[in-house]
Write a protein of this length. Sequence first.
Lengths: 149, 149
Amino acid sequence: MLHLNIDCIFAPVMSNTRFATAIHILTLLTVSPGEYLSSEWIASSIGINPVIVRKELSMLHEAKLVFTRKGKDGGSTLNKPATEIFLADIYIAVKNSEVLGKKNQCPNPLCPIGKRINEKLENLFSETDRVVINFLKDKTLAEFASQFH
Amino acid sequence: MLHLNIDCIFAPVMSNTRFATAIHILTLLTVSPGEYLSSEWIASSIGINPVIVRKELSMLHEAKLVFTRKGKDGGSTLNKPATEIFLADIYIAVKNSEVLGKKNQCPNPLCPIGKRINEKLENLFSETDRVVINFLKDKTLAEFASQFH
DNA sequence: AATAAATGTAATAAGTTTTGTTACATTTAA
DNA sequence: TTAAATGTAACAAAACTTATTACATTTATT
């Protein structure tokens, strides 16, 4: 079963879509148990470039969430049951920044606030991240994917 | 469980320094009660350009968190006690309203997953956003600033 | 009234991050 | 041997963030 390519009619306003991409990939794998889906097929469902999918799959492989087979009839499949994959795993696998963003790089060390702001922000930022991860750690990929039945 | 939220201000990652800048500004105002700090002075503490500070102050003014005086000896001060400003207020104030989320823009409507993924992500993103706001809504600016004593 | 010092904001440049594309070596089934 | 797939490097394009310049406006002070 192949998807047709659909041209996007919306204005190109996009920033980081890595979580959306990752969970889309994993949802497709979940609803196709035992099948090896190709990056091109996955890409046509998401509406992005197959190379981006392969890069994301590479991350998900590092996180041991998927298994990928090379060569003819190759593709990817889940590396464990969807009931054992948590949204926090996905979040951690793809995240490259904290929920509250980045710190300024050069606060003034001569200012009492500037001198210590980043250490305080580090605490706040990582606490906030922990809250998010805690929320996502009880939600399974299986649950998420079951919404599409 | 489905949610009715249309507006989504959560993104899996925030890759800018706006929250860090805003809380830095507000912390300086907190530890200088009654004083009007200039954008240039604030900028030199943060280590960024004064125009960026003024733009951020403009956002914080819209959120009614600061009061700004123009002209000579002008500058900004808190618009209410730091005990009544919550980190959630700051978080909400600095969100970029044009980016409601970071979903892929053109998932394939011919794919059962692609067709509905964004509505499901919308729910997940706004739920997660609520968790973050809930965490930040009990933390006051006063508390944060008191760490610098 | 003149001056100095500040904000507000538009326009634009520069820098950074994210996504897309091309190309091709490698892998694997048939 | 061939076809179809991954892996990944190198580069291009697009989007986003931050910095800079410029200047009109505002306001206290002399």
